[in-house]
Design a protein around this ligand. Structure first.
Ligand SMILES: [Zn+2]
Length: 239
């Protein structure tokens, strides 16, 4: 009686493990897609951040360019003035101002060049980030179609297994079935495990000798005192 019940439970558990593996496979497929999408999203975000920083650089460059323009006009005015000065003192002071402006403008030109270089590097990096994202998105789209097709196929398999499953489940007595389901959900799909040489193959703990003897006799359904899984005798040769 118990042996028959155990056999049915083992068959049921086998079916449930297959369903579980199919579910895991489907979940893994979608999980991988999500992970790849997250990488693409992060790259896109980096491009947006960089574009914002580029705007700041371009604004700063424009400011310096404007300064340079204004200072160049002033520089020319002073050069004209230089032609018309009356005193040597005025001449010297104006000359000094002209030299100062010249040096400052040279610095501004270098600064503009530096901003240009930084800006160009940023533009190149933004472009690289975006083209990489575009390419990956294309690949991901193809992968999404593949995962969806696989999920559909696995779902079909599941439905077929489910039919066989309910036939098996109907044959197990309700009380044991309930216990089986609870243990299955709590114990990673393994509600019923073998005992080999007095050791539970679910948690690998020893079973008390008296209980082991009863498991060997197989006229009663026993639970492992450590992991609570239902147990059946599984001789070593089967390993
Ligand atoms: Zn155990």
């Amino acid at each position: 009686m118990v042996k028959k019940e155990l056999g049915k439970l083992l068959e049921l558990q086998d079916i449930d493990l297959r369903i579980r593996r199919l579910d895991e496979e489907i979940a893994k497929g979608y999980g991988d897609l999500d992970q790849r999408q997250a990488v693409i999203d992060a790259r896109r975000e980096e491009a947006v951040d960089l574009a914002e920083r580029l705007e700041v650089v371009e604004k700063e460059k424009k400011d310096v360019e404007q300064e340079l323009e204004e200072e160049t006009i002033r520089f020319k005015d002073r050069q004209v003035k230089l032609m018309n000065v009356q005193t040597n003192r005025e001449y010297q002071s104006l000359l000094k101002e002209i030299e100062g402006t010249k040096a400052a403008n040279k610095q501004r030109e270098e600064e503009i060049l530096r901003y240009t270089e930084i800006g160009e590097a940023m533009v190149a990096k933004i472009e690289l980030l975006n083209t990489t994202s575009d390419e990956e998105e294309k690949l991901l789209l193809a992968e999404k179609a593949k995962v969806a097709a696989l999920a559909k196929e696995l779902d079909k398999q599941k439905k077929e297994i489910d039919k066989a499953r309910s036939e098996k489940a109907d044959k197990v007595s309700p009380a044991i079935y309930k216990r089986y389901e609870q243990l299955r959900d709590r114990r990673n799909g393994m509600a019923i495990v073998g005992v080999t040489n007095g050791v539970c193959q679910g948690c690998y703990m020893n079973i008390p000798a008296q209980q082991y003897n009863e498991v060997l006799r197989g006229d009663q359904l026993h639970s492992c005192p450590t992991c609570q899984r239902m147990m059946y005798n599984k001789p070593e040769e089967e390993e």
